[in-house]
Design a protein around this ligand. Structure first.
Ligand code: AVI
Length: 325
């Protein structure tokens, strides 16, 4: 297809989107296990991605605005640290808002948005392609918790992965090392990873961020049950569950659960799952790190901390990691 004046060709799209079968299989496996759990990657259908976007603007959720302020402050230095004409690969690109600061500062030759939420990814990369006509934009719908096979625009270019929002915190440390290793393989020797990492801090601040007064985080958590109703043959009633989130200091993580408000049975196809009142499903962990603790984790995947920036209150960090060469 050839684009006419003022138009762009369709964005190259790589689709490895997990379908209904993965949702059904992982939900049934998670509800059959003890303790029960469902992986947080299933939060992000179109509704879940919208709700997460709203979370990012909440007064209690300090992460997003703090990270954006750090990125704006350090962007001018970044070009000097990572060099010119790179390809930027954004993991968990979501609404692709934060990356704009980097696009202006780095002027990369290519951008690859990688996300599990297909509709959201296609919409946000289309907007980027419209707003940055000089940029080669690609989209890849991938569940990167199971591997990172992503076509990059220009195989020879220096690669900079961008993994904002402390999404790395949603992986248990062993899985985080595995994912960081996949990112190291993607960017190659000397390649970079710019990553947002949420820091340890007083517990009330953490608890408030995951129990906002407007109830958006609760709606985000409960959307998982709405999604099961929408996409599976499932009779779960989301009103009979409630959101529960707290900081677990022994594991250095926020935990989110969905707690049954009644004795009840949930049916999915021909499978039934009995819940006693108070029984829960573990839906998310969000690990919090010290700067040194995250450096040690990244080193296990072959990265060294080249630069670390924080805000004045040390709520959040943005870290530039480089694969040892
Ligand atoms: C995407 N991730 C980094 C968010 C977090 O803070 O762990 C997801 C989230 N869960 C509840 N609020 C936000």
């Amino acid at each position: 297809m050839t684009a006419g004046a003022g138009e762009r060709e369709a964005i190259p799209f790589y689709d490895a989107h997990p379908g209904d079968a993965d949702l059904r299989r992982e939900v049934i496996a998670g509800l059959s296990a003890q303790p029960r759990s469902i992986p947080p990657k299933f939060f992000y259908d179109a509704q879940g991605s919208e709700l997460f976007d709203r979370i990012c603007g909440l007064p209690e959720y300090y992460q997003t605005r703090t990270e954006v302020a750090i990125l704006q402050r350090v962007a001018p230095q970044l070009a000097g640290l990572v060099g010119e004409a790179c390809v930027l690969v954004e993991l968990g690109s979501g609404a692709s808002k934060k990356v704009r600061v980097l696009l202006e500062a780095l002027r990369p030759s290519g951008y690859v948005g990688v996300d599990i939420s297909k509709e959201f990814l296609l919409a946000s990369t289309a907007i980027l392609a419209r707003d940055y006509p000089w940029l080669e934009v690609h989209a890849a719908c991938v569940d990167f918790s199971t591997g990172l096979e992503v076509p990059t625009c220009d195989p020879a270019a220096h690669k900079v992965a961008f993994f904002p929002g402390s999404s790395i915190g949603n992986f248990d440390p062993a899985d985080a090392v595995r994912l960081l290793g996949d990112i190291a393989a993607l960017v190659g020797r000397g390649g970079h990873l710019l990553i947002g990492v949420d820091l340890k801090k007083p517990v009330p601040r953490l608890n408030a961020a995951y129990n906002d007064a407007a109830g958006v985080t609760a709606a985000f958590n409960l959307n998982l049950l709405h999604r099961m109703r929408r996409e599976l043959d499932c009779d779960v009633d989301p009103q009979r569950f409630e959101h529960y989130a707290f900081y677990n200091p022994n594991e250095s993580r926020i935990e989110m659960h969905l707690i049954s408000k009644a004795d009840q049975v949930v049916r999915i196809g021909d499978r039934s799952f009995a819940f006693a009142v108070g029984e829960g499903v573990h839906t998310e962990n969000s690990y919090k790190y010290t700067v040194a603790g995250f450096g040690a984790l990244a080193a296990r995947a072959g990265f060294r901390q080249q630069a670390v920036w924080t805000d004045d209150e040390r709520l959040f960090s943005v870290q530039l990691l480089q694969v040892e060469s």
